[in-house]
Design a protein around this ligand. Structure first.
Ligand SMILES: [Zn+2]
Length: 360
């Protein structure tokens, strides 16, 4: 028994570290391809990362995970493309050949190009090949990304199989039910009838070794969840399912220019009326605004939006009048796992984080 992906065959109980070439009009791209064929039959799990050129933790997490995976323990197959977009990596940019507006662009964004086209731009050709050679042969997908935001996961609202995979990944507290526009790989999954999840760890541009340690547990948990490895998923103690319908979210804006002093970490649960942060104006340096939670929920973030913008310019605690100070999203479900591991990654934006993002 063997598995064949992109013309490469791997016998059961074996691993292959290889690559595949993607032909597109006027160009050719080489992307890495890892295949682990389990000793016993079972589902095929697809891991993707490196769709964006500033997101380096996912590729390294996949490398360590696949190298450490024992095919004799595995029922089914693992197929991984750790760097979907090597040209963006080479350019040290989010997208390639350039970032329009330094953030998302429909033209170049690989993560908006699914399921792709054989005659499209390089991003569309890449997604077309991965979709047709790997995804249609898979029974589950995890798409690994990075952010300068706090860690989070996402699945489609009402997609219970994907929601279960998010909870069983078990290492990130915030799980967003998010109805985003199509084009992301995980949102191709419902058409294929398989679960697909998004995993986001900070930061951009650097490898986060703690996130990799957590990812190794999380990826193993996913295979356990799919019945591909024996055991029970190791979850953290508290997990929150967050409603990402922004019409239900509450936002507070600055009444004046000042320094924002945060008292709660991004991702923290907050009760209505609880103090989130205080604003001290530049001109007399007195408190001009006490920011309290307008609703019960999860503190999505504090500080100017979009928080991802910090990615490309600077992460700052200075704000001007009218800028966003706090953003609270309703929580659909709080799951407490008795005996669960402590949460290591509130990390960002709170007084206890120390740094703006965790590097080790
Ligand atoms: Zn990304």
């Amino acid at each position: 028994m063997s598995i064949e992906i992109a013309g490469q065959s791997v016998d059961s109980g074996e691993k292959l570290f290889s690559s595949m070439r993607i032909d597109c009009p006027h160009d050719c791209i080489e992307v890495p391809l890892f295949i682990v064929a389990g000793a016993r039959p079972g589902p095929t799990f697809c891991f993707l990362s490196g769709e964006h050129g500033t997101e380096l933790t996912g590729p390294e997490a996949i490398r360590r995970f696949v190298e450490g995976l024992d095919p004799t323990e595995l029922a089914g197959n693992v197929v991984a493309v750790p760097v979907v977009n090597p040209r963006a990596m080479r350019a040290k940019q989010h997208s390639y050949p350039y970032d329009r507006w330094v953030w998302f662009t429909d033209l170049n964004d690989t993560s908006s190009a699914w399921p792709g086209r054989p005659d499209g731009n390089p991003a569309e050709c890449t997604t077309h090949v991965i979709y047709n050679e790997i995804l249609v042969k898979s029974q589950a997908l995890a798409s690994l990304h990075c952010t300068n935001y706090r860690p989070y996961m996402a699945c489609l609202p009402g997609d219970l199989a994907s929601r279960k995979l998010c909870f069983d990944y078990g290492r990130i507290s915030l799980i967003y039910e998010s109805q985003r526009p199509g084009g992301c790989v995980q949102y191709s999954c419902p058409k294929l009838g398989i679960p697909g999840i998004l995993v986001e760890w900070p930061p951009l541009r650097r490898i986060n070794h703690t996130a990799i340690e957590e990812s190794l547990v999380g990826m193993r948990n996913l295979l356990i969840s799919m019945g591909m490895l024996a055991g029970t998923p190791r979850r953290i103690s508290d997990q929150y399912l967050v409603d990402y319908d922004t019409s239900k979210h509450a936002k507070i804006h600055a009444v004046d220019d000042g320094v924002l002093v945060r008292e709660k970490a991004w991702g923290a649960p907050v009760a209505e009326g609880e103090v989130i942060a205080r604003l001290y104006d530049f001109y007399k340096y007195r408190e001009v605004q006490c920011i309290t939670a307008p609703i019960d929920g999860i503190l999505n973030n504090t500080g100017p939006e979009p928080p991802h913008l910090a990615t490309f310019f600077m992460q700052t605690d200075s704000v001007v009048k009218g800028e966003l100070l706090a953003w609270v999203a309703p929580c659909i479900e709080h799951v407490q796992n008795e005996g669960g591991d402590p949460w290591r990654h509130t990390l960002m934006g709170g007084p206890e984080s120390g740094l703006t993002c965790l590097l080790q």
